[in-house]
Design a protein around this ligand. Sequence first.
Ligand code: ACO
Length: 209
Amino acid sequence: VHPGWPEDLGPLRVPAGVVTVRPVKLRDAAVWSRLRIRDREHLEPWEPTGESPWDARHHITVWPSLCGNLRSEARKGRILPLVIELDGKYCGQVTIGNVVRGALRSAWVGYWVASHVTGGGVATAAVALTLDHAFSKVGLHRVEATVRPENASSRAVLRNVGFREEGLLKRYLDVDGQWRDHLLVGMTVEEVPTTVVDRLVRSGRASWV
Ligand code: ACO
């Protein structure tokens, strides 16, 4: 049993529009495939190296089994695979992964947003909504993320939602064909006196709908 799955999050308003977050579904196949293939150059430098070529990995026919596996892992309480919507349209994904319970109660967060909606606060809003969910319904104590030092916009997202830098992981992850250094950032529930979204709203980066 996975507390907090499946559930819809938001809405939250940012300069780009209204952001909501929801579980992945089978019907996302076409838009997922189209955006992922179109945005290869935008995404590939920052994502784990795949075993097959990009276009094959993102062919529309791949989604049903990928989505089925994600949802099955979600039911077992190991991940939360979520879609980011801008004004009701699929525009990216945010995932809580490697959920560990017991005395750790920790997970990582990762995300991507389609190139045509970047720069308008979408990722920041989606990560904030997801973090609040992770710390409340899902019952996690800590969420961490890893990011390449060169990924300036993702570092800005992490900083703006309140992550703390914890260190540099040398040759941590096979990304874009090589072992890449990653910064580790973390946040524990004690660092969020109200909610992450509340902090965003107070800082003027988002507003309630
Ligand atoms: N240098 C410095 N800051 C930049 C740059 C740049 N070249 N470009 C953008 N930014 C800043 C923006 O100004 C903004 O910060 P601000 O609000 O303080 O001004 C911030 O980066 C972007 O914030 P959002 O608009 O909320 O983010 P966006 O919706 O554009 O999505 C994302 C950012 C997710 C990184 C998107 O560009 C993307 O999908 N990139 C490819 C995949 C990727 O890198 N995913 C993250 C991997 S790391 C991880 O998952 C933990």
